[in-house]
Design a protein around this ligand. Structure first.
Ligand code: NAD
Length: 266
């Protein structure tokens, strides 16, 4: 089995990376950053997001696992003190693989057939470089609403505990193939009206956002942020690709939600 390690690059994470690398090599595993079977992320959820995007072209063969060197993370749920246990389980193939849904974002531009296609593990957000974002929201080819406000966020189920939650979105179990649209400070009065509630869309639905005024947008894909100019439309749907996580022990999603947001001794 081939492995790679993504470190947050602080002193502690790098020290753990060196230890894990030595242990796994001693067990006869091959360090291979080009085509690993398993990627160990050491740092926080942000480190795992980096690892996900680094191996975005190999999602069908790579399994991810995260060790947290700060607080307990959603994706980084192993403690540094458990590293030996984790290494032995990897070496003995004592893990199963679970798959979570992803979000596909396709950006179309005016005056060109070229598209930008992205996969998000957590979410994609749209904001305007102007003060107010104004966009028409279409669901399955039908006009739904004209949104005015700070921005819109489309999240995956596993990303529902991240930015989505801060925007008042629901926490969604990642076994549900869905995506969730939440509003950022929508303008609602007698003139302007939006639904004012998060929308949970199933896998076969498509959401398209179309500019009403300026065609330039700040688009985030997880931790990545880019200004896209001359945008014609932004399409969201549940991706056909999935992310694979190596699971070594039961750590139910709702226990993770409890331990992350309510109380925990980890
Ligand atoms: P980061 O790594 O510092 O992450 C920010 C925080 O989000 C961390 O506490 C991290 O543990 C948490 N987080 C990330 N993914 C999570 C998940 N799936 N469930 C629960 N918590 C999660 O910063 P970054 O590297 O820039 O990470 C980008 C992420 O930050 C984005 O994907 C977005 O979800 C999140 N974010 C959140 C807010 C907010 O809550 N208001 C605002 C911007 C970005």
């Amino acid at each position: 089995m081939k492995f790679a390690i993504q470190s947050r690059n602080d002193e502690y994470s790098n020290e753990l990376m060196d230890r894990a690398k030595t242990y796994l090599s001693d067990f006869g595993l091959e360090w291979n950053e080009q085509s690993p079977d398993i990627v160990i992320s050491i740092g926080g959820d942000g480190t795992l997001l980096h690892a996900f995007h680094r191996y975005r072209e190999q999602l069908s063969t790579v399994a991810f696992v995260g060790i947290h060197t700060g607080h307990l993370g959603f994706y980084a749920d192993w403690k540094p003190s458990e590293i030996e246990k984790l290494v032995i389980s990897i070496a003995k193939h004592q893990f199963e693989v679970i798959q979570y849904p992803l979000l596909e974002a396709t950006i179309n531009y005016r005056n060109t057939e070229e598209q930008s296609v992205y996969l998000a593990l957590n979410e994609s957000t749209i904001k305007s470089p102007d003060v107010t974002l104004v966009m028409d929201v279409e669901l399955n080819d039908s006009h739904f609403e004209r949104f005015r406000g700070d921005g819109l966020c489309m999240s995956t189920p596993s990303g529902s505990t991240a930015y989505n939650k801060a925007l008042g979105g629901a926490v969604i179990h990642p076994s549900l193939e869905a995506m969730q649209l939440t509003e950022m400070a929508s303008i609602n009065n007698r003139v302007f009206r939006t639904v004012g509630a998060p929308l949970v869309l199933p896998a076969h639905h498509v959401c398209v956002l179309k500019p009403v005024k300026a065609p330039d947008f700040m688009v985030t894909i997880d931790h990545l942020q880019l200004l896209h100019k001359d945008v014609k439309s932004i399409q969201y749907r549940v991706a056909k690709e999935k992310v694979r996580f190596a699971r070594f022990r039961p750590f139910p999603f709702w226990t993770r939600v409890h331990d992350s947001f309510i109380d925990s001794d980890v």
